[in-house]
Design a protein around this ligand. Structure first.
Ligand code: NAD
Length: 482
């Protein structure tokens, strides 16, 4: 299999200025898949300057022209879909079926923002009614400039598409920094972008670590805006760095989300939604609904069904048919999840099933289910980012809402009930950016993504995702003056 391992700067594949390399590991086998370029501040500077040069003409292309590139990227991803899914499974460890969903999401995102780019030819400039007959006021939405995109390893191509598509649609020039853990799908995506003939410098990729590449990108004075997805701690660092040059930031960070299962819920549906919300992508989801709040009358029944489901989950090689959960994506992540499972036991929660790693290579762990979880324990309060489910009973709707909202985060929530009015009431009261009622975690690019509190600054997807890469300019003209 041909793998791209170099950086893509100013329309060319190139080696890191200092010649350094980083290994990329297959989490299922612990074998080294490839060595990629380990960039540094020098490469970031080259890429940002290339983007700044390209921006001068790219910013004035028509929306229709930019839409053609976005659609060409979508078609390229479609044509290489199986290869991209394979890379995603190889590098991240997710089952091939899940990787195919990621590919579909990437295609849908580029197609959606192609439509918004076209619409900009009409909507980017709009006249405003003002109380003066002697003046004409126009509001223009303009591209923000050179933008730095920094993404994590859990949904590599998807988190990138959610930033790259609206950034290009808006007319920004981009420097992308993929996760050093999972750069292979993004580098293939870069090859697809390159084949569309996008002008050199409009899109650049610098690979390497957060400290060597991410930090200088967030600090670079020619970068107008940084859009970051990753952990809350690093997001705070990025925001502090960006403050030095007062650049804009969009942050998509961690979560500690709840699924509330009411006593009238369809139990089969509830089990599917809880398992999907906690074990999809091996639980490595910012949107993981890892806290289950179940109404007391059905608590024992739901817990028994969940323990059974967790125990029967097929964990293994992501390429084998029937496998439902692959390995965690890195050794560091496996160690983190094991540490939390240990803390859960020490802090008084009861492990009903799972949390075991088979002997042999690979970062595998079986899905874990805790009950009797104290609300001050670390497994209840902190983002674990692994297949660890914590169940608590509740007696009243108010208690469920208060417990769900009792977190520093506020990304998503799910409500399972047959009572539509109750579902709406609970959804209204939850401090979360997305609420699913009786639905799996579907995310359509037309909607929105992001959360309350420490989960996000700003929103991605929908028109919000585009607005994040635009500046607003007002032009006021005195009428009658040549
Ligand atoms: P991370 O914060 O460790 O890394 C994210 C990216 O930031 C990587 O590319 C990394 O190299 C880079 N980085 C690290 N240090 C940096 C620095 N000082 N300056 C600039 N960049 C730096 O996160 P991760 O472990 O890759 O991903 C897991 C986290 O991502 C979880 O907390 C998860 O909740 C979050 N996440 C959030 C969303 C969302 O939409 N809210 C989506 C996916 C993942």
């Amino acid at each position: 299999m041909q793998l791209h391992t170099q950086q893509y700067i100013d329309g060319r594949w190139c080696r890191a200025a200092n010649g350094a390399r980083l290994p990329v590991v297959n989490p299922s086998t612990e074998e080294v898949l490839a060595e990629i370029d380990a960039g540094s501040a020098a490469d970031v500077d080259l890429a940002v300057r290339a983007a700044a040069r390209a921006f001068r003409s790219w910013r004035s292309t028509s929306g229709a022209e930019r839409a053609q590139y976005l659609r060409a990227i979508a078609r390229g991803v479609e044509a290489r879909g199986e290869h991209l899914a394979t890379l995603q499974s190889l590098n991240n460890g997710k089952p091939l079926e899940e990787a195919r969903i990621d590919v579909g999401d990437v295609i849908a995102t580029f197609d959606y923002y192609a439509g918004l780019a076209e619409a900009l030819d009409v909507t980017a400039e709009s006249e405003v009614t003002i109380p003066s007959a002697e003046h004409r006021a126009v509001i223009r939405r303009e591209p923000a400039g050179v933008v730095g995109l920094i993404v994590p390893w859990n949904f590599p191509m998807v988190t990138t598409a959610w930033k790259l598509a609206p950034a290009l649609a808006a007319g920004c020039a981009v420097v992308l920094k993929p996760s050093e853990v999972t750069p292979l799908p993004e580098l293939e995506l870069a090859a697809i972008v390159a084949e569309t003939g996008l002008p050199a410098g409009v899109f650049n990729v610098v690979t390497g670590t957060g400290a060597e590449v991410g930090a200088p990108l967030a600090a670079h004075p020619l970068v107008a805006k940084v859009s970051f997805t990753g952990s809350t701690g690093v997001g705070q660092t990025v925001m502090k760095t960006a403050a030095d040059t007062l650049k804009g930031v969009s942050l998509e960070l961690g979560g500690k989300s709840s699924i509330i299962v009411c006593a009238d819920a369809d139990l089969d549906l509830a089990v599917d939604l809880v398992a999907g919300g906690a074990f999809f992508n091996a639980g490595q989801m910012c949107s993981a609904t890892s806290r289950v709040l179940v109404e007391r009358p059905i608590a024992a029944a739901l817990t028994a069904r969940l323990a059974d489901r967790a125990g029967r989950t097929v964990v293994g090689d992501p390429f084998l048919p029937g496998v439902q959960m692959g390995p965690l994506t890195s050794r560091a992540q496996l160690e983190r999840v094991r540490r939390y499972i240990g803390e859960g036991k020490e802090q008084g929660a009861r492990l009903v099933t799972g949390g075991e790693s088979p002997v042999g290579a690979g970062y595998f762990i079986t899905p874990a289910l805790f009950i009797d979880v104290p609300t001050d324990s670390s497994i209840w309060r902190e983002e674990i980012f692994g297949p660890v489910l914590c169940v608590r009973g509740f007696d009243t709707e108010e208690e469920a809402i208060d417990t769900a909202n009792d977190t520093d985060f506020g990304l998503v929530a799910t409500v399972v009930t047959r009572d539509a009015a109750r579902g709406k009431r609970i959804a209204d009261a939850l401090a979360a950016g997305v609420v699913w009622i009786n639905a799996p975690q579907l995310i359509f690019p037309q909607t929105s993504w992001g959360g309350y509190k420490r989960s996000s600054i700003g929103r991605e997807l929908g028109p919000f995702g585009l607005a994040a890469f635009q500046e607003i300019k007002q032009v006021l003209t005195a009428i009658g003056h040549p």
